[in-house]
Design a protein around this ligand. Structure first.
Ligand SMILES: *Cc1c(COP(=O)(O)O)cnc(C)c1O
Length: 413
């Protein structure tokens, strides 16, 4: 590095919003009719589109996916001090809402076939904490987890499953859309998701009564009365009709975005076939991801030395090897955006006191307790150490992607 860097003229993004025109029509209609608040046709229509597309009885349009997860946790009845099993390797938004209700996340490690919650680790978690009544499982990077096993384990233990499908809208598991496996499910329309409203989220469920409760909570828990009557604590979580216009205009383009993301994934897979790396995996024939982000992991033997503190990373350049840090920095030098893999929650200072459970460990691990025999191999830690997210923007051209592939290859020179 250092010579012959010709950066992309226009930045190649990890995943940026892709607009099509209809969005503007719906925003304009909201403006012209003055439905600029949290009531209106766009909201009703996006909820209808979500119900039809995903196949659930109720959808509640909210300000964010995080709000949807919070209301899901509330509906599940999590009380202060209750332990809740959560995906470990995920975005913090999966687990933060548990703490809003005073719940205590217990992190469950990933498996290697989809990078999502390992059913074996979940079984072990129930053996350790049989009292747990709620599980929050995320589908990472657009790939469904082993959802039938996870559902069956939850059912066997009388626990409520909340599916965090924020990253996996449109993906299916055994032909069934993600966002329908939990009793309560969350999707997101955040700016970098597969379709976006610039922001926004939705709670999905087949329990219409629960949905109505969540809708009420989301509008400050106003009771049906001629004045502002409140019998419960409420939130200002409802989606705006303007945002809903953007989401409404995006829904018809979900398939198209998925096709583009899939093409990106397979071009990377082909481009890297001679490198000591592998792509984020899924179980063929069992699931169809939405391919939201393409990720790679470097083979152990080809991993150059790298150390990470809580705020910095250092690496060595070694012939024939590379590291996530080297690849990310080289991409950045070329004006392309990659990202590290989600740093597992049990490694986060804010959750250092929370237990985590691995499939291979023989007990409960705690980051701050050096009880070696308890930890077991942590799959999430390993993927974080060796993996990264590649530029996966659906507006990236084939030529740009070919250059990205060459940039990554150069790191292994
Ligand atoms: C984006 C995301 C969320 C939350 O979505 P927001 O709409 O940004 O609040 C939750 N979980 C995961 C895994 C996500 O990637």
């Amino acid at each position: 590095m250092g010579w012959k860097i010709i950066p992309f003229e226009k930045k190649v993004w990890l995943s940026s919003p892709t607009m099509h025109g209809e969005e503007l029509q719906y925003i304009k209609a909201a403006y012209e009719s003055n439905w600029m608040s949290t009531v209106g046709e766009n909201i009703d229509e996006t909820e209808r589109l979500a119900r039809e597309l995903i196949g659930c009885k109720a959808a509640v349009a909210l300000g964010t996916g995080t709000a949807a997860l919070h209301l899901a946790v509330k509906l599940a009845g999590v009380q202060p001090g209750d332990k809740v099993f959560c995906s470990d390797m995920t975005f913090s938004a999966t687990v933060n809402p548990v703490t809003y209700e005073g719940g205590v996340p217990v992190f469950v490690d990933s498996e290697r076939e989809t990078w999502n919650m390992d059913p074996r680790a979940l079984e072990k978690a129930f053996a350790l904490y049989p009292e747990v009544k709620t599980v929050v499982a995320a589908n990472l990077y657009g790939t469904p987890g082993k959802l039938d096993e996870i559902s069956a384990i939850c059912e066997a233990h009388g626990a409520t499953l909340i599916e965090d499908a924020a990253e996996s809208l449109g993906a299916t598991y055994k032909g069934k859309p993600t966002g329908t496996f939990g009793k309560y499910n969350a999707i997101s329309f955040n700016g970098n998701k597969i379709i976006t409203g610039s922001a926004g989220g939705m709670l999905l469920t087949d329990d219409v009564q629960a949905a109505n409760k969540a809708r009420k909570w989301s509008t400050q828990s106003r009771e049906a009365a001629p004045w502002y009557q409140h019998e419960e604590i409420g939130y200002n979580y409802r989606m705006s009709n303007v945002i809903a216009g953007v989401v409404r205009g995006q829904f018809p383009h979900l398939r198209e975005h998925m096709e583009q993301k899939k093409a990106i994934y397979y071009r990377y897979k082909e481009g890297f076939k001679d490198l000591p790396v592998s792509m984020n995996p899924f179980i063929e024939g069992e699931m169809e991801p939405n391919f939201w982000l393409s990720c790679l992991v470097i083979d152990e033997e080809a991993l150059a030395r790298q150390v990470r503190s809580d705020s910095e990373a250092l690496y060595l350049r070694e012939a024939g090897k590379s590291s996530p840090t080297e690849i990310l920095e080289t991409l950045a030098a070329h004006n392309a955006e990659g990202r590290p893999i989600w740093k597992p929650m049990h490694m986060q200072p804010v959750f250092r006191m929370n237990p985590y459970v691995t499939a291979s460990g023989n007990g409960r691990g705690k980051t701050n307790a050096y009880i070696a025999e308890d930890r077991g191999e942590n799959v999430g830690e390993d993927i974080f150490r060796r993996g990264l997210c590649l530029p996966s923007d659906n507006k990236m051209t084939k030529e740009q992607q070919e250059k990205i592939i060459e940039i990554v290859k150069s790191c292994f020179a």
